[in-house]
Write a protein that binds this ligand. Structure first.
Ligand SMILES: [Zn+2]
Length: 166
């Protein structure tokens, strides 16, 4: 059940493959991708990405949080990205769970976090809300190219959700 030692050995066995001498930390395709951390989402083949192409930001849900704004702000202002793609998905672990029960479980452990779990029912509406928030965040100088997709892990298809008014 302990993966860390195997992971360390795996990395040690393929340093030649992992080394990226001369590869710029500035994303080649000037794009940042925000996605859910879900195990079924394999962003590189899904989006036709190669190492060096994009910044990848993942969290539970693929939600636009303060920390996502922080990372995107660094991505755009420090490392030159100009486009954002958000990938959420059907059958997300944050759907149909109770925000209140989760908060109560934390409270029972004496914790009152400053963040919320971000549970949601409607993935389209939640993605729309995230796109609107990104589009109105002055922390991000490049807001003309923001798109949102929903992945269906059962069929492997990606569908676009239109940004309201855009
Ligand atoms: Zn998810």
């Amino acid at each position: 059940m302990h993966n860390a030692d195997e992971m360390l050995a795996a990395a040690a066995s393929r340093t030649e493959e992992l080394a990226a001498p001369g590869l710029s930390p500035r994303p080649r395709r000037k794009v940042a991708v925000l996605s859910c951390m879900d195990t079924r989402i394999d962003l590189f083949p899904m989006l036709g990405l190669q190492r060096g192409d994009a910044h990848i930001i993942r969290n539970s849900g693929g939600l636009v949080t303060d920390d996502v704004i922080r990372s995107l702000s660094a991505s755009q202002r420090l490392l030159g990205t100009e486009e954002i793609v958000v990938v959420m998905h059907d059958d997300c672990g944050l759907q149909r769970v109770s925000e209140d029960q989760f908060a109560q479980a934390l409270a029972a452990d004496g914790v009152r976090p400053t963040w919320r779990l971000g549970a949601f029912d409607d993935v389209e509406a939640t993605l729309c809300h995230g796109l609107v928030r990104l589009g109105s965040s002055p922390e991000l100088p490049a807001r003309d190219h923001i798109r949102g997709f929903i992945f269906d892990p059962e069929t492997g298809t990606l569908r676009e959700v239109a940004k309201p008014g855009g």
